[in-house]
Write a protein that binds this ligand. Sequence first.
Ligand code: FPP
Length: 248
Amino acid sequence: MHTIDEAAAAGRKIPRHIAIILDGNGRWAKKRGLPRALGHKAGCEALERTVEDCARLGVEFLTVYAFSTENWKRSQEEVSALMQLFAFYIPRLRKRAMANDIRVTAIGDESRFAPELARMLDELVRDTAENKGMTLVMALNYGARDELRRAAVRLAAQVQRGELLPEEITEETIAQALDTAGIPDPDLLIRTSGEQRLSNFLLWQSAYTEFLFPEVLWPDFTAETLTACIEAYQKRDRRFGGRKEAGS
Ligand code: FPP
């Protein structure tokens, strides 16, 4: 097991893009007899640590599934606790992103968020837009099927306006119509808490992604868990549907 700095210095391949499904906040709270909201608060703190650990490691893109299109189905009490946490942590994240040269972008449909929260999010994205270090991609009110639906609407509108012929729709035009346009596909996807599902996250983008499902609950995710995941990733043999090259 290596520390973050040892792993960064080891010269082995660091995934360029890591995606994380932050899972297990509720179970973490339950185990301690705490309300679920405190599990989410601990989850926000784990996220703050992990963002900086990934930046130190030299990861170029970190995408986190912070709120899905399905999460609105949770109790009103839990949804409102999550919205309050976002409103508290987004300005904090802005300060930390500025201090660490981190650019933040968002994917998902922010139109359903309260105007004040949407404004905070826009400010976070705008103020960090020129930062040159890692890019943190926050998936908020994100669902991959919704993203694909919105991309289809955009492409159909281009066809209707005569800007695009149907036969000109390629994998590249679809990728460019997605919220993740310009972001490389994830190399490694981690879902914590032992659950082994994608739950409507990055369906298009994860076609060749390596998946890891550590048992750790998200609030307990540490720099050691991250380096262990990266070491497991480095042992994977990525062929992208092709043949293993001689000597690799
Ligand atoms: C799932 O745990 C986690 C969430 C619903 C996401 C919570 C969001 C964060 C921790 C970070 C967001 C931060 C910002 C600043 C936007 P769960 O409730 O599904 O856990 P369970 O499966 O154990 O019940």
